[in-house]
Write a protein that binds this ligand. Structure first.
Ligand SMILES: NC(=O)c1ccc[n+]([C@@H]2O[C@H](COP(=O)([O-])OP(=O)(O)OC[C@H]3O[C@@H](n4cnc5c(N)ncnc54)[C@H](OP(=O)(O)O)[C@@H]3O)[C@@H](O)[C@H]2O)c1
Length: 254
């Protein structure tokens, strides 16, 4: 595939993200606290997370080691950041979440896997086959987008991991219910883990400064802002004493 084909695919992918974003304000993604049995066959929650996220990890590893240009330029840095995130999401996070009777509809696990297939395919192919090595070189490491982007990426990663950890630890062994999370960025927003993830991929897009990375940033926003709103509304509905000043996902803003 040449650059023109990848560009067309990326624009179509962006258009789909916008449709998904709007749809998600009307249809709640049925996993976690929002799960339901109305979406057909369901599978174990932990298995579902592995099925959903594994394509992203494997595809990026393949492109890193088998792609044409991966080690000919500094793009390997972007691969490594991606792999750090997805190693956690695929092989650590599912084993840390507390077991509950809740399941995930197979259709959601499959659509998550499909998203990751296209997203990692697009980004991995671009980086390993098409990314210009005169863009990703030593001087890129001292450019403003790289420096600001990598700072944002790691701040987002830490926020995401820390907030996920607080949420996971809310349940004592054997508990399956929900509590109001306190402390850290929960003082400001209902979903700091989702805020951290949006920050991470915004930083990545800034560093990478290419169209496929921009599509991932837009997709993350498109997916996670409505999900954070669903979480926030759920808390307000289930906890009469839920802090009223807490925003949805962006501190002080939304
Ligand atoms: N890049 C993307 O497009 C994308 C999309 C979706 C998710 N993600 C990432 O995947 C991770 C999980 O997302 P999520 O929306 O499923 O997160 P979440 O609803 O905040 O749940 C995270 C974990 O904490 C538990 N939990 C949450 N709130 C709780 C509470 N108040 N009391 C007790 N336990 C609680 C959940 O249990 P239950 O499962 O039983 O509710 C789950 O095990 C996040 O880090 C997110 O950034 C990324």
């Amino acid at each position: 595939m040449n650059l023109q084909t990848i560009t067309v695919i990326a624009y179509i992918w962006l258009a789909i993200a916008i449709v998904v974003h709007i749809t998600m304000f009307f249809v709640t993604a049925p996993f976690g606290r929002h799960t339901t049995e109305n979406w057909g066959i369901s599978i174990n929650n932990k298995t579902a997370w592995i099925v959903m996220e594994m394509p992203s990890l494997l595809i990026m590893l393949c492109f890193l080691f088998r792609g044409h240009n991966s080690f000919n330029s500094y793009v390997w840095i972007l691969f490594v950041l991606w792999i750090i995130h997805y190693f956690n999401r695929t092989l650590i996070y599912p084993f840390r979440i507390k077991a509950t009777p809740k399941k995930m509809p197979l259709v959601i696990a499959c659509s998550g896997a499909w998203f990751n297939l296209v997203n990692a395919g697009l980004n991995g192919y671009y980086l390993s086959e098409l990314a210009p090595s005169d863009k990703y070189n030593a001087s890129w490491l001292t450019s403003l987008p790289f420096i600001v982007g990598i700072l944002l990426f790691f701040c987002g990663l830490i926020i995401n991991w820390k907030a996920d950890t607080i949420l996971i630890n809310l349940r004592k062994p054997g508990e399956t219910g929900y509590k109001i999370p306190q402390g850290f960025l929960f003082k400001y927003v209902s979903s700091p883990n989702l805020f951290g993830e949006i920050m991470e991929w915004s930083g990545f897009a800034l560093m990478a400064f290419n169209l496929p990375a921009l599509t991932f940033m837009v997709w993350t926003f498109a997916n996670l802002v409505p999900r954070a709103k669903n979480h926030h509304d759920w808390y307000l509905k289930h906890f009469p004493d839920y802090p009223k000043e807490r925003k949805i996902v962006f501190p002080f803003l939304f």
